[in-house]
Design a protein around this ligand. Structure first.
Ligand code: GLU
Length: 307
């Protein structure tokens, strides 16, 4: 079978997109995110055989926000293994990413590790397991991605602290239920730092390619995590990676992925590629409007998805 010309497919997708009006709004509830140019559009696809295809603002660094929660889950699984699932579930939430309601009636056990409550519990696990949580998590992110220059962004983290009232509420409620073991400020410091990381589409496609390659990062040849846990992370991305729109993403795109309110989406085609798309205008669920359209067009035009 001949190799797919993803570059030609990107060009076709862009031509089709030009006909679509600019819709959606950039996230403003984190003040620093409101400063982003809403019309940016970048995409980068890296295959497991190290071929690269890019378009537009693929080398523009942006706030990856919740996409980083894939790393915290990966590291928690390495440390706590299956016991992680005593503290957080593996079911889609069907509620907004920062919702408090479900958490109250489910006794402080978040539905999954990607909604804010679940990611905060995962950060609590890391605070318990790691000697120097912020440094050790960053170290893991750098080595697993093969990108030693990755840093937390203090300006974005500070911006989140100032307006993170719902996250404080979630953490305190879970502490009340006994599902946060450490000091809330310390756990949220790790959580906000994690969410503050800025990367380009090109870097993101490299960083999460291990999920398309059985847990091995092809760029470094490092086994980041076992194939069995790679399967688990991909399935959680498939079911829970898009807030209360995970069904919509599975229906339209058919790949495991994770979005962030900075306008980025990472999607993985196991055995084939990892792609990152960045476009800051979000729909009401907090997912990038154009990034979803690009990925839907990609799997439709190639006629290849996991289904
Ligand atoms: N740091 C953001 C928050 O806590 C993450 C939101 C997201 O990307 O889902 O609200």
């Amino acid at each position: 079978m001949s190799a797919i010309d993803y570059q030609a497919i990107f060009n076709e997708i862009i031509n089709d997109l030009d006909e679509i009006d600019e819709v959606g709004e950039v996230a403003t509830y984190i003040p620093e995110l409101a400063n982003v140019d809403p019309n940016k559009l970048g995409m980068h696809l890296t295959t497991v055989t190290n071929q690269h295809f890019a378009y537009g603002d693929a080398d523009e660094a942006f706030s990856i926000q919740s996409i980083a929660k894939v790393w915290s889950l990966t590291l928690a699984l390495k440390h706590l293994g299956a016991d992680t699932w005593q503290r957080v579930g593996v079911e889609p939430s069907g509620t907004a990413f920062n919702s408090l309601v479900q958490l109250e009636y489910e006794m402080g056990i978040p539905r999954n590790p990607f909604i804010n409550a679940g990611a905060i519990v995962v950060c609590d696990i890391l605070v318990s397991c790691l000697k120097n949580p912020k440094e050790d998590l960053l170290d893991f992110i750098r080595t697993s991605s093969g990108i030693p220059s990755i840093e937390y962004c203090p300006v974005i983290a500070e911006s989140e602290v100032k307006t993170g009232h719902r996250n404080y509420a979630l953490a305190h409620m879970m502490k009340g239920f006994g599902n946060i073991h450490n000091d809330v400020d310390c756990v949220l410091d790790l959580y906000f730092s994690l969410c503050s990381i800025k990367l380009t589409c090109k870097q993101l496609a490299q960083a999460f390619l291990f999920l398309g390659a059985g847990g091995v990062n092809p760029a470094t040849q490092q086994q980041v995590i076992t194939p069995k846990r790679t399967k688990r992370i991909n399935s959680i991305m498939q079911m829970c990676g898009f807030y209360d729109e995970a069904g919509e993403f599975a229906f339209k795109v058919g790949l495991p992925g994770k979005s962030g309110v900075g306008g980025g989406i990472v999607a993985v085609h196991p055995g084939k590629y990892c792609i990152a798309v960045f476009s800051p205008r979000l729909n009401a669920s907090g997912n990038s409007v154009k990034a979803m359209k690009v990925l839907e067009a990609l799997t439709s035009k190639t006629e290849l998805s996991i289904f």
